[in-house]
Design a protein around this ligand. Structure first.
Ligand code: NDP
Length: 236
């Protein structure tokens, strides 16, 4: 039987985060999501938090701890893109993406680690992207932030591994969400041609890899980068 855990998913009000939260609920866990707007799926506790603001994260954790108990599984999923070519990219466009995607994950994981160290149990899952290691023209900011998550998970593994805390990266390829809907149709078709699977994935296909990493069977998996990309990034 699966142990019921307290889970936090950042950015759980839509897209991949919503699907991850739904899957954890379906598997019988106590699930909280952070949202700046909207709500998480049915059966979740929605707390307001912005990952660029450490105080709001601290308040969100205190609320979750009071309602559901200490967070045992954290999924750093909140992320943004601000794509443009290098010469047009402002420093603000670079740092704001890093602040949300990379420093945001740091803030959330740091706060979560307090309870995990005390409990001598924790599962940390960082949502990166195939472009973190593959690279992508027009995404110098985004791919740098996503590659940074790999170093973060591996350092967390070395620092916290002996306390029964794992830290892994999930690297999705193209997933059907608002983020990819925003791409022009011609560009979407071009991407599909390069994906060995010949299609984009559903958010649920990412969610079930995340719940597996957080579960009993993955206790000896740490510092890994698990692609969910239909073969797009093979070898990276
Ligand atoms: P969406 O754009 O659909 O959703 C992004 C989520 O992140 C929203 O819940 C959003 O909240 C939240 N978020 C953004 N900024 C902040 C912030 N400062 N504080 C708190 N929450 C924030 O994205 P996806 O579901 O597509 O992507 C989820 C993750 O997966 C991201 O990290 C993304 O980089 C990654 N990914 C996505 C891929 C794809 O093909 N879709 C491919 C590879 C990786 P709000 O609604 O309030 O804006």
């Amino acid at each position: 039987m699966t142990t019921s855990r307290t889970v936090l998913v950042t950015g759980g009000n839509r897209g991949i985060g919503y699907a991850i939260a739904e899957e954890f609920v379906a598997q019988g866990h106590r699930v909280a999501v952070t949202a700046r707007s909207g709500e998480g799926p049915e059966g979740t506790l929605t707390v307001r938090a912005d990952v660029t603001d450490a105080e709001s994260i601290d308040r969100a954790f205190s609320e979750i701890e009071a309602e559901l108990g200490p967070v045992e599984v954290v999924v750093a999923n909140a992320g943004i893109t601000r794509d443009t070519l290098l010469l047009r990219m402002s420093e603000e466009e670079f740092t704001s993406v890093v602040d949300t995607n990379l420093t945001g994950a740091f803030r959330v994981v740091k706060r979560a680690s307090k309870g995990m160290l005390k409990a001598r149990f924790g599962r940390i899952v960082l949502i990166s992207s195939v472009v973190g290691l593959y690279g992508s023209a027009g995404q110098v900011n985004y791919s740098a932030s996503k590659a940074g998550l790999v170093g973060m998970a591996r350092s967390l593994t070395r620092e916290l591994g002996a306390r029964n805390i794992t830290a892994n990266v999930v690297a999705p390829g193209f997933i059907e969400t608002d983020m990819t809907d925003a791409l022009p149709e011609a560009q979407q078709a071009e991407y599909r041609k390069n994906i060995p699977a010949g299609r984009f994935a559903t958010p649920g296909e990412v969610a079930r890899v995340v719940t597996w990493l957080a579960g009993e069977d993955a206790g000896y998996v740490s510092g890994a980068v698990i692609p969910v990309d239909g073969g797009l990034g093979m070898g990276h």
